[in-house]
Design a protein around this ligand. Structure first.
Ligand code: 6PG
Length: 257
């Protein structure tokens, strides 16, 4: 079921498996449109556990064949400040679930450089990477991803923008760092900032499970402030915002989803 409410599209799926299938379709559609319009698909991946099922499906030949990987460029919406081979690393998760089986060239994948001395250094280096990739376009305005994939934490965080943290207020940088959030893993983070998330052509939230129902309600119907539920701060200016929810995550929503 699909509805539009207050500028954001909501798609309800019966369960996590159906959500992953639908997510693949949405990603494929974004990729096709981006390559048609601009000759490339620039995609910021989400971390955490929810996207794993989507990435595994996307890597299957029957699905991956629909994407022009030669003109696809993968970035990360956020990263834990741990080594790239640490099991807590989002890059390690994406490598395991998506990259290994794919015909994508290494130079088309841009992990956050977590080998830097500090999370702040890694954030600066990643911002420099964005400037190099997006070239002159972004000296005065944020880089425009074709698709940013996001999740939401039980506390309403998204990417690594945690409630009540200074990262929420960063508007003069495209990447920043954050102290560990309340939710595991308790490590420093590197994250894209709101200006970048809200410059995207498409933002897709993947949300599954009862544990997210309160945060989803607060953001979509509870009008809770961004400071308390940072996912509420994701409002793409000229982009399409899609909330892909399974029935459990949407269980507290009162309006027609
Ligand atoms: C991370 C993610 C984070 C994630 C949410 C939801 O690094 O953990 O980027 O923002 O999307 O915490 O995580 P789950 O999908 O594991 O519930």
């Amino acid at each position: 079921m699909e509805t539009i409410k207050e500028g954001s599209r909501r798609i309800l799926c019966p369960d996590a498996s159906a959500l992953a299938d639908r997510a693949v379709e949405l990603i494929q559609a974004c990729a096709t449109q981006a390559v048609h319009d601009r000759g490339q698909f620039v995609f910021a991946l989400a971390g955490g556990s929810t996207p794993e099922a989507t990435y595994r499906r996307l890597a299957m030949p029957k699905n991956s064949s629909a994407i022009d990987w030669l003109n696809t460029f993968l970035f990360f919406g956020d990263e834990r400040f741990v080594p790239a081979d640490d099991p807590r690393s989002n890059f390690a998760m994406v490598q395991r679930t998506l990259l290994t089986p794919l015909p994508i060239r290494e130079e088309h994948v841009f992990p956050v450089p977590t080998d830097r001395a500090t999370a702040a250094d890694a954030a600066k280096a990643y911002a420099d990477q964005l400037v190099r990739f997006f070239a002159n376009d972004i000296r005065h305005s944020p880089p425009r991803f074709d698709l940013v994939l996001l999740g939401i934490g039980d506390d309403g965080h998204t990417a690594s923008l945690f409630p009540g943290t200074p990262a929420l207020d960063v508007v003069d940088a495209w990447v920043t760092w954050s102290a560990p959030g309340r939710l595991p893993p308790p490590v420093e983070r590197v994250t894209l900032t709101f200006p970048v998330l809200n410059a995207a052509r498409n933002v897709l939230f993947l949300v599954s499970g009862e544990s997210k129902a309160d945060a989803v309600y607060d953001v979509l119907e509870g009008n809770v402030a961004c400071r308390e539920r940072p996912a509420a701060g994701v409002r793409p200016k000229d982009g399409v915002l899609t909330w892909l929810l399974d029935a459990s995550a949407a269980s507290r929503l009162t309006g027609s989803v």
